[in-house]
Design a protein. Sequence first.
Length: 341
Amino acid sequence: MQHSIETDILIIGAGPVGLFAVFEAGLLKLRCHLMDALPQAGGQLTEIYPKKPIYDIPGYPSVLAGDLVQNLLKQIEPFGPGFTLGERAETLEKQEDGRFLVTGSRGTRHLAHVVFIAGGLGSFEPRKPPISNIEQYEDCGVAYFVRDPEMYAGKRILIAGGGDSALDWTIYLAEKAAELTLVHRRTEFRGALDSVDKVMELAKEGRVRLITNAQVIGLQGEKHLESVQIQHDTDGVLDLKVDEFIPLFGLTPKLGPIGEWGLDLSDGAVVVNTFDYSSNVPGIFAIGDINTYPGKLKLILCGFHEATLACQSAFRHIYPDKKLSFKYTTVTGIEGMPAPA
């Protein structure tokens, strides 16, 4: 039998709610493994708007989305969670011993007593530009995520987009690329103002070629991408030699294969019991934006509450004969960290 990752709770979705669930489960000495289709933890906060300020997290008058993710990752370090990133959950099968076997899109197998679905609005798929042959160059010159920045060292790179991801990666990769071009269909950018200023400064210094009021319309190359065609609003069609094209137009949420797992759904969300955010399938819980119930609010804060109650019931599901006693962390401390005096 192929080797499987075994854990107490498999959390599908490594966004803020999934990450916080690790903390609450860790307090109950439950092991967690997280799985996400995105190549890094943090969900939308990391992928779409890492520099967007969030104002409704208790104790933080304002916190940048990316900083919140880093704080959550630091908070769960003592519990040593595992991660399967860049892989979408595909199939779920109930095993004879009562555990769930979840297999990913790359074949990774996960065995867990309990499954938390914390996938936000579902798995995220990149918004692809309307270029007829773009799929021909995927993984050979076209990438929708930057998984390994080092692979772009010394390359001629073209980034398309006008949001935080496009700006952030332009700033970062400008230090590594032989040439870097940023193409945006407008003159105004949607990203953080400081990032816009940095890109403009890089363009002024000649370290970034900035082409606005334009969009990529064609790709050429035999086995690997060699050049692109850019349609400019006033200058017509421009030909540009590139090695790598990174279109960053955001992500489209889709429920994906989870919709085939026998769960009760309503408008693409998992229907849950507000007692503990359990689904109609015993042992499967849904927390965060992916669930629905009367009065549902799609807030990170609400997801934290849902994760906390779900972990309590997850413990009872895994250890039906053990007594669960609630204790305050101000009294017990956290394993790996000193308890208060």
